[in-house]
Design a protein. Structure first.
Length: 429
């Protein structure tokens, strides 16, 4: 889930939280569904009694007993109302008798005072014993759970179809089933009616559920309580489905930077991305946005052209070789061995001599070579015919030794003087 926390939803009142339309639909559906379930339980419960009456045939005892038993339709309605703790019976003047087939008791009211059938009234005692013996196959708790389950289902369905995120608001929305359930609870008191008229008697008794108890307890209390429980469950279930299981969340969560093997530092939050390449061809002399004049070592992100077909790598052809940029950054031991230092006199290795040719560095080689002193004219040169070979002390003509320049000039001056002295000497002789 995201780290941003949403503000809690505003609490709504009960009147604003009720959904009348869906409440009427699902409230009536819960009432009808409860009647159907009660009919199934009644068939399971009273099928043995029906079989016993059929086995009696047309005997007088069977006819007399059938006068005191309601029809199958009325029996289902009475059992359904008894599951809501609503008794069925009649009022005759100041005396009333109310029965509950689920709990198996009979209550007699008269003169405003309620009391259980006294032992002196034999017919009431026999009636209570007979009612208590009718219900025994299906447990009592199963009958009582029928309205609880159906109303909780109705409240759940109403809340699930509304945008409710707060459990309290969901419980209020679940009480919307009271709209449809209360209306049918009151209508059922007139629908399930049994008129008892014993043969030979002028008095006719109308047995039906208690109207006031059915309207208050069955029509209001039950839907509000159990419909609200269903709405609360709907919101909680939605929250549990939206929140993943801890084991599942741990499995889906990627490993952190410290948990990744071989990674001691956390990755950057926003890694740099290479600039987008313009699909249009570059204009005359214009540079693409992806052309970076810096060497690849100083760039951020993958080099230009990575991940593209070879035909689209236009920037790689314009980029200078990497070694021209990286050669100055490498240590001297890693530089290109063919490249010489700036002070070297030659960039190429020495040429091998041909057949019959002396090496360049052999003694007596008069050819000028790089790095060797150029010989003076006349030095180590074979004399021509009729010419005296130079002696070791003689200096060849044209020698431009700077150290002997002054001596040459003085010798020239002295030679001239010597000639004069010689001539004068000759004259003296």
């Amino acid at each position: 889930m995201s780290g941003v926390q949403r503000p809690p939803p505003a609490r709504r009142g009960l009147a604003s939280a009720i959904d009348p339309k869906r409440g009427a639909i699902f409230g009536a559906g819960a009432w009808a569904f409860g009647v159907v379930v009660t009919a199934v339980l009644s068939w399971i419960e009273f099928r043995q009694t029906a079989s016993a009456l059929e086995s009696m045939g047309g005997s007088g005892e069977a006819e007399q007993l059938s006068e005191f038993l309601p029809s199958a339709f009325d029996t289902v309605g009475f059992m359904f109302y008894n599951a809501h703790f609503v008794n069925v019976g009649f009022d005759f003047g100041v005396v009333g008798m109310w029965m509950n087939f689920v709990r198996g008791n009979v209550e007699v009211t008269g003169l405003g005072v309620g009391q259980t059938a006294p032992g002196g009234m034999g017919w009431l005692t026999e009636l209570e014993r007979m009612i208590d013996g009718l219900v025994g196959t299906v447990p009592t708790v199963v009958w009582l759970l029928v309205p609880v389950v159906t109303l909780a289902w109705g409240g759940y369905m109403v809340t699930a179809r509304n945008d409710v995120t707060d459990p309290v608001a969901g419980a209020k929305t679940g009480t919307s089933v009271v709209v449809g359930y209360a209306a049918l609870a009151v209508a059922g008191t007139f629908l399930f009616t049994w008129r008892l008229s014993p043969s030979g008697e002028v008095v006719e008794l109308t047995i039906r559920p208690q109207l006031t108890v059915a309207a208050a307890l069955m029509g209001v209390v039950y839907p509000v309580v159990f419909g609200g429980v269903g709405g609360w469950v709907a919101v909680r279930r939605n929250d549990d489905e939206a929140r993943p299981d801890p084991a599942e969340r741990q499995r889906r969560q990627p490993p952190g930077p410290q948990e990744r093997p071989g990674n001691s530092r956390s990755p950057p939050a926003n890694p740099p991305r290479p600039p987008a390449e313009d699909p249009r061809p570059p204009a005359n002399g214009q540079r693409q946005p992806t052309d970076d004049p810096r060497p690849p070592a100083d760039r951020q992100g993958p080099p230009a052209g990575t991940g593209r077909p070879p035909g689209n790598r236009r920037d790689e052809a314009r980029r200078p070789p990497d070694r021209d940029h990286d050669a100055s950054r490498r240590p001297p031991a890693q530089r290109d061995p063919e490249r010489r230092d700036a002070g070297s006199t030659s960039r190429r290795p020495a040429r091998r001599p041909r057949d019959g040719e002396r090496p360049a560095d052999a003694p007596g080689d008069d050819r000028p070579r790089p790095g060797r002193e150029r010989p003076s004219p006349g030095r180590d040169r074979t004399p021509e015919p009729g010419q005296r070979p130079p002696e070791s002390g003689d200096r060849p003509a044209g020698d431009d030794d700077p150290q002997d320049g002054s001596a040459d000039r003085s010798s020239e001056l002295g030679g001239e003087g010597g000639d004069d002295d010689g001539r004068s000497g000759e004259r003296g002789v």
